[in-house]
Write a protein that binds this ligand. Structure first.
Ligand code: 1GP
Length: 242
């Protein structure tokens, strides 16, 4: 086990809740990096995720290198496709979209990434990625050409999560999709939480502190927020480190 995953597990065992700020290179002005990361550093953020559904080649590497100049927080890739992989980051969520049935996102992108990854020292974390319906069509759904799981069939979401664990995945990422109209409900999060014993990441449509707390209460170990910070950086003020 290498350090980032080990530290996530350690934090969880100590009762700590983790917050990842998601930065999408496609929707972020590199000129704003220093100012934005300054706010991230002053907040309760524990991890920086970088990735998006459609990102120009090299944009991820440029952004990761720039973030590193201003923060010591772990930078974890959350790539929409294999072109976004750069070993400038500290770790990679090696995502398999197990809610979908598109072989390209179950295994194809992974095979295509190996030429970049076979000699890397970057930490690679196998992650079961589960997209749940959220009130509107999201970019993940369009780009991956997969259907999200219906939110009222909680048992199917739970079974998918357990299948991910049985396949040897190290994390489950429950996703409503970036900019989701409806974040995941506490009942979905809680049902998955009590069925698996690996770290649970939750993201999509979380826009305020009350929703963040609700996700933690329901059992999320790591919450990911992107759009809310993109739209209003003053949200960081509410999440300042004490
Ligand atoms: C998207 O879960 C992340 O993949 C974050 O979603 O942009 O809605 O915060 P938001």
């Amino acid at each position: 086990m290498t350090s980032i995953y080990r530290n996530i597990k350690k934090s969880i065992s100590e009762g700590e809740k983790l917050l990842a700020v998601l930065i999408d290179p496609d929707r972020f002005s590199i000129k704003n990096t220093k100012k934005f990361i300054g706010k991230v550093n002053a907040s309760i953020t524990t991890h920086i995720f970088v990735g998006g559904s459609t990102v120009d080649e090299n944009a991820t590497e440029v952004l990761v290198s720039e973030i590193k100049k201003h923060s010591t927080l772990p930078i974890i890739l959350f790539p929409g496709d294999h072109n976004q992989i750069t070993d400038q980051a500290d770790a990679l969520l090696f995502l398999s979209l197990i809610s979908g049935r598109n072989p390209d996102y179950l295994i194809g992108q992974h095979v295509d990434s190996i030429s970049k990854l076979k000699n890397t020292t970057m930490e690679i974390i196998s992650t079961g990625y589960i997209l749940v319906e959220s009130g509107k069509e999201t970019a993940v759904e369009i780009v991956t050409n997969t259907k999200p799981m219906p939110r009222n069939n909680i048992q199917h979401i739970v079974d998918t999560s357990i299948a991910g664990v049985f396949l040897g995945m190290k994390l489950i990422y429950l996703e409503a999709g970036s900019g989701a109209l409806k974040a995941l409900t506490p009942s979905i999060i809680h049902a998955v939480r009590k069925s698996i014993d690996i770290p649970l990441i939750v993201g999509g449509g979380i826009r305020n502190k009350a929703q963040l707390e609700e996700a933690y209460q329901a059992g999320a170990d790591v919450v990911v927020i992107g759009t809310a910070f993109e739209e209003d950086e003053s949200f960081f003020e509410e999440l300042r480190r004490e």
